[in-house]
Design a protein. Structure first.
Length: 314
């Protein structure tokens, strides 16, 4: 390999392995705290090399955890996007309020300029790749929502995973120039993977925003008997298909959502007594057909509207 680091606890006395490992982890990964889950027996090995300014490390060790505190992140000179891609065992990354776990066939990305925690709860053999953050962000890529995410199952992120592994294994046979080129390829693939992931997250956010707008419009116009998917689509300036897509996963249709809210409003009025005719209540909440109202009310409560009004308050 063009540039390599080899560290092993094999030559370290057993009683000194934990502190030595902690020191190596902190130095090699630019400031980390580590612990061994309280274990007394430990062995670990680090083999690192460079592909240009990309650092690839194979880490084999017994179970252990690492923590990067906010103060550690603030004092770091270089910001990296860091990838853990297990060959064996698992790694669970926590950052920015999210958590992602990777095993063989997947990778997780996280940001060394922020605090994070990583749990390796079993014997592990991980490929860890550090890519300069500025090299990935240079085209305006935004990282909000894409850290501590699992990738690698398919598409460009799967290609990225195979390239990371193949690059590490072939570096001993590369010239310095070839290794530099491989590093540039890695940066491009990581950038494309995160762009794809960010696009997916953006699509999810857009659907959530449209779903919130649908709910707000329904609440505002619930008494309007003309309220429907078509009138909502016109009011929100989008297609019926977009409305249906936004509501996917809500456990029902938009029409069902409207009917449920209207029934709940009628239930509240009937529960609070009063002598207002049931038909007037139904009409005031957008039900245009009294027979239809009685049928769906019975389906919703198990009782007719009149029986419900006369029943003891529950």
């Amino acid at each position: 390999m063009t540039s390599s680091t080899l560290l092993s606890t094999d030559a370290v006395a057993p009683r000194d392995r934990a502190p030595q490992w902690s020191e190596w982890i902190s130095r090699h990964f630019c400031g980390l705290q580590s612990d061994l889950y309280g274990d007394s027996d430990f062995d670990g090995h680090i083999a690192a090399s460079h592909a240009g300014d990309v650092i690839l490390t194979r880490l084999e060790a017994n179970r252990h955890r690492v923590l990067r505190t906010p103060s550690m992140a603030r004092t770091s000179d270089v910001g990296y996007l860091k990838i853990v891609a297990p060959w064996q065992g698992s790694a669970t990354v926590q950052q920015q309020g999210r958590q992602a776990c990777a095993r063989d066939g997947a990778w997780v990305v996280y940001d060394t300029t922020g605090a994070y925690e990583i749990a390796n709860p079993e014997r592990c053999d991980h490929l860890i790749v550090m890519v300069p953050k500025d090299a990935v962000a240079e085209r305006g890529l935004r990282f909000e929502g894409v850290m501590a995410r699992r990738l690698g199952a398919s598409g460009i992120s799967r290609v990225t995973l195979e390239t990371l592994r193949n690059t590490y294994q072939e570096l001993p046979h590369m010239s310095a120039a070839a290794a530099q080129g491989a590093g540039e390829t890695i940066k491009q693939l990581v950038r494309l993977s995160l762009m794809e992931l960010w696009g997916q997250e953006t699509a999810v956010t857009q659907r959530e925003a449209l779903r919130d707008r649908i709910r707000a419009h329904v609440q505002q116009h619930l008494r309007d008997p003309e309220l429907s998917v078509d009138t909502i689509a016109r009011a929100l300036n989008c297609s019926r298909r977009h409305l249906y897509n936004a509501f996917t996963g809500e456990g029902g249709s938009i029409a069902g959502f409207i009917q449920r809210l209207r029934l709940e409003a009628c239930v509240r009025e009937l529960q609070h007594g009063g002598s207002r005719p049931i038909t007037d209540i139904a009409l005031s909440w957008g039900f245009g057909n009294p027979s239809h109202f009685s049928r769906v009310f019975r389906d919703h409560t198990g009782m007719s509207p009149s029986a419900f009004r006369g029943a003891p308050l529950r």
